[in-house]
Design a protein around this ligand. Structure first.
Ligand code: SAM
Ligand code: SF4
Length: 355
């Protein structure tokens, strides 16, 4: 499918749950994180049916996400159902890695091709202040197990934040010297839950002397829109930090690296990449749609428009009717986001959208 702006739409991100075993400060509130009821969530069969229709329309790259996909008990059934669809050429998963060690073998056997693990710090003492649950050693163990069972290449998604973890850019690059990991630094996006705003901020210490992260206390504690904008750090700055320690980066190619600009420390086994969805306009090449865990199809992460597929699916709508709804959403894909101009995205949080 091609949209009004001549973009080829061939990628579907499927959120399989809005629940999560972490509470990352830029993604979820610590408390008051309402989740869908069991009835609202798409079943494994419903997800597979919708992905089948999507793949017949040319959405051949599928990424499972959430919330945390590994908390969903029937995840391996979903992976196996999707991996058998002839139209799907690439099936990947984004996870926080906490349950990856125990599930890697089953996921590989079910047909999962690749995995992205989200990891913002390599320092154990910083892990809890950012993710607020889980632990670094479990995530590293998950990455190692996934590699052992042949799920790869392994990409690491690192949300870079000024004054919180930006001083680790060179450490992440050093990791790529030792192991074949592909680290991608992601700009923190001011997307947040639709929670009551408050002007009452309380300082909250991320780590030692490094910057104070201000959490919106009234909302159960997640970064405010303003705080996320303040913490955003550009790819150029991160690149400079890496080059100060490792010398000039070389351009690198990674076939599956989507919108990331990818480089290599000379001689490294892995790569470093930068995804600058706010400072750099990635919208012109955006190829994706998103299906939320409760069955709404969204043409854009950063615009609040979405279309309910669950109701017609449960009312036994024909495949052609459902295919038309996919086409309709593609026709309404916005040209771009306006975050740089101050647009606020507050309809749903990242864990609800399938980031
Ligand atoms: N729980 C899984 C995980 O963390 O990998 C999958 C879902 S999570 C919403 C998907 C990705 O969105 C993660 O890499 C996470 O770091 C990223 N993310 C969440 N909130 C974000 C924000 N405000 N800005 C930028 N990236 C964000
Ligand atoms: Fe959970 Fe992923 Fe959001 Fe962190 S980024 S709270 S792991 S959904």
């Amino acid at each position: 499918m091609t949209d009004r702006f001549n973009r080829q739409i061939d990628y579907l991100r499927v959120s399989v749950t809005d629940r999560c075993n972490f509470r990352c400060v830029y993604c979820m509130p610590e408390e008051g994180a309402d989740v869908c009821s069991r009835e609202e969530l798409l079943t494994a069969d419903e997800i597979i049916q919708l992905v089948e229709i999507a793949s017949e329309l040319g959405l051949r790259k599928i990424r499972l996400t959430g919330g945390e996909p590994l908390v969903r008990k029937d995840l391996a059934d979903i992976v196996s159902g999707i991996s058998r669809l002839p139209g799907v050429t690439d099936l990947s998963l984004t996870t926080n890695g906490f349950l990856l060690a125990e599930q890697s073998a089953a996921l590989a056997a079910s047909g999962l091709h690749r995995v992205n693990v989200s990891l913002d710090t390599l320092r154990p003492e910083r892990f809890a202040p950012i993710a607020r649950r889980g632990s670094l050693d479990r995530v590293i163990e998950g990455i190692n197990t996934a590699r052992k069972v042949g799920i790869g290449p392994i990409k690491i998604n690192c949300v870079a934040m000024r004054g919180v973890n930006d001083d680790e850019a060179a450490d992440f690059a050093e990791w790529t010297l030792r192991e074949e990991v592909h680290v991608r630094f992601i700009e923190v996006m001011p997307i947040r839950w639709n929670l009551d705003e408050t002007v009452e901020f309380e300082p909250w210490r991320a780590h030692g002397d490094r910057g104070l992260l201000q959490l919106n206390q009234h909302s159960g504690g997640m970064l405010s829109d303003l705080e996320m904008r303040r913490r955003m750090i550009s790819a150029d700055e991160l690149r400079t930090k890496i080059e100060e320690q490792h010398g000039p980066l070389e351009e690198a190619e990674l076939a599956t690296n989507g919108p990331a600009r990818t480089f290599r420390v000379p001689g490294a086994k892995g790569t470093v990449g930068f995804i600058s969805q706010i400072s750099n306009d990635l919208c012109a090449n955006c190829n994706r749609l998103r299906l939320t865990a409760d069955g709404f199809l969204r043409p854009c992460l950063m615009s609040d428009g979405e279309l309910d597929l669950r109701t017609p699916l449960r009312a036994d709508a024909s495949r052609e009717t459902l295919a038309d709804l996919f086409r309709h959403v593609v026709e309404h894909k916005p040209e771009r986001h306006y975050l740089a101009e101050g647009q606020q995205v507050t309809g749903r949080g990242m864990s609800q959208l399938g980031g």
